[in-house]
Structure formats: C-alpha cells, structure tokens
Ligand binder design. Structure first.
Ligand SMILES: Nc1ncnc2c1ncn2[C@@H]1O[C@H](COP(=O)(O)OP(=O)(O)OP(=O)(O)O)[C@@H](O)[C@H]1O
Length: 314
C-alpha cells in the first residue's frame, strides 16, 4: 500500500522547472532515499510533501488524501520533519523540544512525559541526564538525535528527513543510522530521506530515487540501482569500483547459504550480509564456513566459490 503518491509534480521558479514532472510512490512502512547532485531538486521535492514548498502543478497524496485537501497545520503535525542542523529551539530544554508537537496536539502531561522518556531511552540519552539540558549543552550528535526524536514525538506515520546526519562524523553517523533503522522497524514509520551519501542510501533505503536536473532518472530497489542502472549518471553516482561489494552488502547470508555440512571448523552467524561473510572468511583464511543461528546451531554453509558467484554481475 502506498503512503505517498506523487503524480506529475512540477515546481517552477520563474521559467525553470526545478522539479520536473515527477511521479513516484512510497510504500507504507518503507524507507525511500532521494539522492542526486546538488541543486537537482531533492529538497524541493520533499518539501512539497508537507507543503513547505507550494506545488506548481501535479498532485501529491499522503495516506490516500490529496495534501491540498488537508489544512496545512494538520498536515505538518501528522508528518515528522527532521533537517540537517536539527533546528532545535535554543531556549527550550531537550524535553520541551521533544514535546513540541504533542503539546500542540493537546496530549495530557503524563502522556507527554512518558513519550519524552521513551524517545530519550530509544536514542540512548538517559532522561535523568538529558531531559532538562538545553541544546547548547549537548554535543552535535546528541542534538541531532534530539532533532530526530522531536520529529518522531507525535508518532507520525510519515517522517521526512533532509540530510539529517549530514553534519555528523562517520562513527556517530553510523550509530544514528542504526538508531533510525531500529526505530523505523519498531514503529513501522514510513521515511523519506534526502542524502548526498551513497553509502547511507544503500544502508538505509528500501527504495532509492536518483534525481538529476529536476527529473527522476531511476526509482527502484538498491539492488536494481546497482545491477540495472537505467542511465549512465546512475551508474556514475553509485560508483563502479566497489559495486560487487555494495551488492553483497545488500544480500543476507541467510538467504544465500547452501545446505549445512559436517566437518566445517569455522562458523559465521546467519545475520551477516554476504559482504561481512566474505570479509570474515578472508580474515580467517577459510574457504568454507558453517552458518549458525542465534543458538549456535548449524543451519547452512557458505563457500568462497559460492560468494564469488553471488557477487558477480547477473
Ligand atoms: N525559493 C527559491 N527560489 C528560486 N530558486 C530556488 C528556490 N529554492 C530552490 N531553488 C532552486 O531550485 C533548485 C533545486 O533546489 P533543491 O534545494 O531542491 O536542490 P537539492 O537537490 O536539494 O540540492 P542540495 O543537495 O544542494 O541541497 C536549485 O537550483 C535551487 O537554486
């Protein structure tokens, strides 16, 4: 089922179409990542969904409703929005920042308190330490997490994120991405995220949208973007040097393993991606390994030969 339907949407500034006749769907409960060069129209496309930018022509439906039929304040309260630089209110505490939309929606104090504590917990920010702090007393990474927590506070079904992790260093960024994945899974939130970082796109996206000069060049699964790029620009953007490894990072070992065998001395957990399995086997110097479930019971096996086949262009 589609959470968002974008139909022939165009945004013009003067004579220039910065978003040019774009149509696409976003499945409920999925993560769609929008990538493309600077100025290609990514942010504009996303901001039309919550009406921060008015559409010139075309239609957008959220949850089956034309966004023009919903009062703008109601629409924005239903849609979480997180941006680079987090946009926290400097004179409000962390708890007050997170509580912004629930308060506007008139939630009672106990429910708001509970939700703030729950979100701080989910983002590994101890409420006793952080709830009463002001944004300037937090690190950049902590502020970023509060920004995402605030966007999630009213349990929006849809979360729009514009370069939400852009300002973070690589380690904190990886952590923030994993937090987002865990939370998205737990709440089944639909996410649309704009990024410049292709690794982030492949790590997070169920669907990747590649934009150039206002047009969508390709909108498909990460696997298809890698193996069946429909445009030379898409191929260039995904990078050709490590595409075998990128593809393998998308494929779960569990789904590609061979039957279990006896006599294998080395074992890998079935939760690994093929890329991580390959890396482990190279590191350990083994040509074949058992695959185990969480209770260390062998459920399959994987060989170097099989890995080489799986990473090959179809
Ligand atoms: N208010 C505006 N008036 C005129 N032109 C605008 C306005 N807002 C954006 N643009 C232009 O529209 C184009 C698309 O901008 P947009 O911010 O959507 O690109 P983007 O792909 O998100 O870029 P970036 O990755 O650099 O953030 C750009 O050329 C930008 O200069």
């Amino acid at each position: 089922m589609s959470m968002i339907e974008i139909r022939n949407v165009t945004k013009r500034y003067g004579p220039t179409a910065v978003v040019d006749n774009v149509s696409m769907d976003v499945e409920k409960g999925s993560i769609t990542v929008v990538v493309g060069t600077s100025g290609s129209g990514k942010s504009t496309l996303m901001r039309m969904i919550n009406r921060l930018v008015p559409i010139t022509s075309g239609e957008i439906f959220v949850g089956g409703q034309n966004i023009m039929d919903v009062p703008v304040t109601e629409l924005r309260r239903k849609i979480g929005y997180a941006i680079q630089g987090h946009g926290l209110f400097p004179h409000r505490t962390v708890a007050q920042n997170i509580a912004t939309v629930p308060q506007l929606l008139g939630w009672d104090t106990t429910k708001i308190k509970g939700r703030v504590a729950e979100l701080l917990g989910l983002f590994n920010l101890d409420p006793a330490t952080f709830a009463e702090k002001y944004p300037h007393q937090l690190s950049g990474g902590q502020q970023q997490r509060v920004g995402v927590a605030r966007a999630l506070a009213a349990e929006p079904e849809l979360l729009l994120m514009d370069e939400p992790f852009g300002a973070l260093d690589p380690v904190i960024r990886g952590k923030a991405q994993d937090d987002l994945l865990a939370i998205q899974k737990q709440f089944g939130t639909t996410v649309v995220l704009v990024t410049h970082d292709m690794d982030e796109a492949f790590h997070l996206g169920n669907q990747i949208v590649v934009m150039s000069a206002g047009k969508v060049l390709q909108c498909s699964t990460p696997e298809k973007i890698l193996t069946e790029p429909t445009d030379p620009f898409v191929q260039q953007l995904t990078g050709t040097s490590d595409r075998a490894l990128k593809l393998m990072s998308l494929l779960p070992l569990k789904e590609s393993m061979e039957p279990a065998k006896s006599g294998l001395t080395y074992a890998l957990p079935q939760t690994l991606s093929l890329r991580d399995a390959l890396a482990e086997m190279i590191w350990q110097g083994v040509g074949e390994a058992a695959v185990q479930d969480a209770s260390n019971v062998p459920v399959g096996s994987i060989s170097m030969t099989r890995l080489l086949q799986l990473g090959r262009k179809a």
